[in-house]
Design a protein around this ligand. Sequence first.
Ligand code: COA
Length: 260
Amino acid sequence: MEYSTVIFERKENYALVTLNRPDKLNALNKQMFDELDDILKTIELDKDIYGLILTGSGDKAFAAGADIVQLHECGEREGKLFSEYGSYVMRRLELLKIPTIAAVNGFALGGGCELTLACTMRYASEYAKFGQPEVNLGIIPGYGGTQRLTNVLGKGKSAELILTGNMIKADEALRLGLVNAVYPSDELLGKVEDMMKLILSKGKLAVSAAVECINANASLAPAEGLAFESLMFGHVCGTDDFKEGTGAFIVKRKAEFKNK
Ligand code: COA
C-alpha cells in the first residue's frame, strides 16, 4: 500500500511512523486510519520490528483530532461506525506486543490525544498541548478517550478535561502523569529514540512479555492479571535469553541476547 498521509520508516530494529498532514495539523481522516491499519498489520507480521515510535510532522501538531470535515457528514449510524473504526485501529495499536511511544510534538487533541493514550508511553515537547475538546463540537471522545484517559488520570481530572474541553500544556501533562518527560522541541525525537534504543538493548522477548502483561491490566481482573503475569514469567523462563541474562550476571559479564 502506498502511504500519502503517514510516513513509515524502518530504523535499525524499530519503526518510526509520522502522521503527515501538517497543513491540517495531522487531523486523522479515513485515509490515515486505513494507512495506520496497514502499517500495524505490517508491524505485527515483521519479526524484526521490536518497537514503534509515533510522531507528527511539522512543528505545530502531533494530531489535532479526527478530521472534523469528514466527521461533519456523519449521522447517527455513520457516527457509530466512525467511532468504531478509529477505535479498532487504536485498539490494534494498543495490543501490539512491542513498546510503542508517542513523541508528542504539538497539539494532541481529541483523537490525537486518544492515539497517544493507546501507546505504551508518551513524551512531549515543551509546546505540546493535550485535550479532549469534543464537547465544543457537540460530541464526546470516540476513540477510547473516556476509558483510557480515565485510566491514566483518574476520574476527576479526566472528567474535567472531557467535560470542559480545556487544553493542558506539557508541564501540566507531566505533573498529572500523562507524559513521562518534557523536552525542548528540537530534542524530543532524539530523546524518544534514545529511550527506544535503551529498551531494545534489553532482552526483547522479556520486553515484549512485559508489554503484554502491562496491557492486560486494562482488561483483566486483579487475580487474573497476576495469573497472566505468572504465565508469562514462566514463558520467559523457558527462553535462551533468560539463561543468557542470568548466566551473564553470575559470571559478571554483559548479556548478549539473541531473542530466542
Ligand atoms: N479536522 C480537520 N481540520 C483541522 C482540524 C481537525 N480536527 N484541526 C485543524 N484543522 C485544520 C484547520 O481547519 C486549518 O485548515 P485550513 O488552513 O484549510 O483552514 C488547519 O488545520 C490549521 O488549523 P487552524 O485552526 O488554522 O490552526 P490554529 O493554530 O488557529 O488552531 C487548533 C489550532 C488546534 C486550536 C484548532 O485547529 C482546533 O481547534 N482544531 C480542532 C481541534 C478539535 O476539536 N479536535 C477534536 C476533533 S473531534
